[in-house]
Design a protein. Structure first.
Length: 255
């Protein structure tokens, strides 16, 4: 574990990784080569055994904080990063994902021009098994009535650290959608204000796969339904959203 002293950087970029020697270097390079420099970079490794740590060590002079210890899962590791992060604004760029070179500069300009906002959703290109989708903007009304609210991804979601503190970081009782719980608590319950980048302002690229895709569709939306109920949404409304998602999935498979 190491720490290069930086009093209060504007951003904390946090990478969570475990056994990803094929993806980690691309991620590291995308962060350390940012045109905007007022940030710290933290890597939280889950005790990798495949050579990932050896690759990380090659860039240790450009990484502000490195820790490698076993943990209980993704959101435990992300909370570990949040607890030591010093930046005012947090973004997670997990192994295999990467930021575009001007990403932090674009986001910084938005925060500087809009002092009252607490978050920014950045445009991301997300790779799926069969296709690639550009995700951009956000519609708060969709969060009320649709599981597929997040038009971004963790690599494109920039949230002030004091908001994470208010909501108690990630709820580790959730297995694949604790980030969704963050959206509900911050945007719906606290009603914080935020913006998004323009469609053409690409912030990051997200690899296909990931834990949530392996968790299974029904398990995924069941957990998101539980999150909604735990955040005081009506059981009847959540049930309607749940069955609507099931029907849409069936229709998409048929056609």
């Amino acid at each position: 574990m190491k720490r290069i002293s930086k009093k209060t950087p504007k951003f904390s970029v946090i990478t969570v990784v475990k056994n990803d020697k094929f993806g980690i270097v691309k991620t590291i390079k995308s962060v350390i080569n940012q045109t905007y420099k007022d940030f710290e970079y933290l890597i939280i490794d889950g005790n990798s055994k495949d050579g990932t740590l050896k690759l990380i060590s090659k860039y240790k002079n450009k990484i502000d904080y490195i820790i490698s210890k076993p943990d209980k899962g993704l959101y435990f590791a992300m909370n570990k990063g949040l607890k030591v992060a010093k930046g005012k604004i947090i973004v997670f760029v997990n192994s295999g994902d990467f930021l575009t070179k001007n990403a932090l500069n674009i986001i910084n300009n938005i925060f500087d021009k809009n002092k009252n906002i607490k978050f920014v959703f950045g445009t991301v290109k997300r790779h799926y098994t069969k296709d690639t989708i550009l995700k951009y903007g956000f519609n708060l009304d969709r969060l009320k009535y649709n599981f597929d609210f997040a038009t971004s991804h963790s690599s494109g979601f920039f949230l002030k650290k004091n908001i994470y503190k208010k909501i108690g970081f990630f709820n580790t009782t959730y297995k694949c959608s604790a980030d969704y719980d963050v959206y509900m608590k911050a945007l719906m319950n606290l009603k914080i204000k935020g913006l998004s980048t323009k469609k053409e302002e690409l912030i990051g690229v997200v690899k296909s796969g990931g834990f949530s895709s392996k968790y299974g569709f029904v398990n995924h939306i069941t957990e998101e339904a539980r999150i909604r109920i735990n955040n005081k949404q009506s059981f009847l409304l959540v049930s309607a959203i749940f069955f609507n998602a099931i029907i849409k999935k069936i229709i998409n498979k048929i056609f």
